[in-house]
Design a protein around this ligand. Structure first.
Ligand SMILES: NC(=O)c1ccc[n+]([C@@H]2O[C@H](COP(=O)([O-])OP(=O)(O)OC[C@H]3O[C@@H](n4cnc5c(N)ncnc54)[C@H](O)[C@@H]3O)[C@@H](O)[C@H]2O)c1
Length: 322
């Protein structure tokens, strides 16, 4: 993911240069720095964050480093685009929010990039126009191909469904107040694994939602999203690719992974982030959104483990988040 961000910022985003790279894998750092026109390589993340030639930072290290590195960027007063999830749990995410609030201004954008995907934006725009009446039900279906990896329930929820959790809040303009998770494991000797996960959502307004993730569909990568209103439904187009008829068959190509499906969203996200850095004010999914998505994800995991509905209660939103 870091390599994709570096390439997008170098070649596809005006007004951005990748000046520095840090990766504990030096071969990987060298490869990406060379691709970005010879960026300076650092072996220490703190030094990179403090470097004068670094005006803003993208964090795409493994999840367990996100919160600490984001707090270091806040302490250095540098805007940061941190990949999802913002942290590995609610307490750690709250520390990031507290650090940003103490500084008095938003510096953090979280890589919940569905907000920059044309298909999601189109569904939200139609739903917000209200032609199909008040929104009653949000649905998202997330299809992954796992390449033989049997992810745990935690992995599916914090790695994949966290995007759908954010879509639900953002597209409905509503908060999730309760969840109920069910899942099918890959095998009976690995009950913690999750081949298929279904989450039922309860929104504060009384609306309902359903999130599904097939962790091992075996045919490609797909995301479907829909909002049902009182008098109609808005649904994303199932596939963007052209229809090909050949040999008495008709078919469409399905994307292989998120890098293909969301290629435009990642570029739009990077462009919007750089513009917010130039404007001097962070925009897009905030540290608060990152925090709330983790609180909901934690509730989904607890619900799945304990086979019961779990309520989500949110602390008061600090004023810097609007
Ligand atoms: N927004 C999205 O759609 C999306 C998609 C994929 C991944 N991600 C996120 O991006 C992050 C990276 O995922 P990935 O699939 O690229 O993983 P990856 O394992 O392919 O890459 C992680 C990189 O981080 C490096 N690394 C390890 N420890 C480090 C440290 N302490 N400091 C700096 N670098 C370190 C590794 O050497 C590796 O090159 C994850 O947090 C993941 O959730 C987001």
């Amino acid at each position: 993911m870091g390599g994709r961000h570096a390439s997008n910022l170098t070649y596809l985003v005006a007004a951005a240069d990748v000046t520095a790279i840090m990766d504990v894998d030096s071969a990987r750092a060298n490869e990406i720095a060379a691709r970005c026109g010879g960026a300076q390589i650092y072996t220490d993340a703190e030094q990179l964050i403090a470097a004068p030639e670094v005006e803003a930072v993208v964090i795409a290290a493994p999840n367990r480093f996100h919160a600490e590195l984001t707090r270091e960027c806040i302490a250095a007063g540098k805007p940061v685009l941190c990949e999802k999830p913002l942290a590995t749990g609610g307490d750690e995410a709250a520390e990031v929010v507290d650090a940003e609030v103490s500084g008095g201004r938003r510096l953090v954008q979280v890589g919940l990039m569905r907000q920059y995907d044309p298909a999601h934006i189109a569904v939200k725009r139609v739903s917000d126009n209200g032609a199909q009446g008040k929104a009653l039900v949000f649905r998202s279906v997330h299809i992954n191909s796992s390449d033989g990896w049997a992810p745990s329930l935690d992995d599916v929820i914090t790695g994949s469904l966290i995007h759908d959790i954010h879509s639900a809040r953002w597209m409905m303009g509503d908060e999730i107040v309760g969840v109920h998770t069910s899942h099918i494991p890959f095998s009976s000797d690995r009950p913690d694994s999750a081949r298929y996960v279904m989450v039922q959502l309860q929104f504060a307004s009384g609306a309902l939602g359903g999130l599904e993730c097939n962790a091992d569909a075996g045919y490609g990568y797909e995301i479907e999203v829909s909002i049902t209103g009182e008098t109609g439904v808005v649904h994303s187009s199932p596939l963007q690719s052209p229809v090909v008829r050949h040999s008495n068959a008709s078919g469409q190509w399905v994307e292989e992974d998120w890098l293909q499906r969301f290629s435009a969203a990642y570029i739009n996200e990077a462009q919007a982030w750089v513009q917010s850095v130039l404007d001097g004010e962070a925009a897009g999914p905030s540290a608060w959104d990152g925090y709330v998505s983790i609180l909901v994800a934690d509730a989904c995991i607890a619900s799945g483990r304990e086979s019961r509905p779990v309520a989500v209660s949110l602390p008061e939103k600090p004023s810097i988040y609007g």
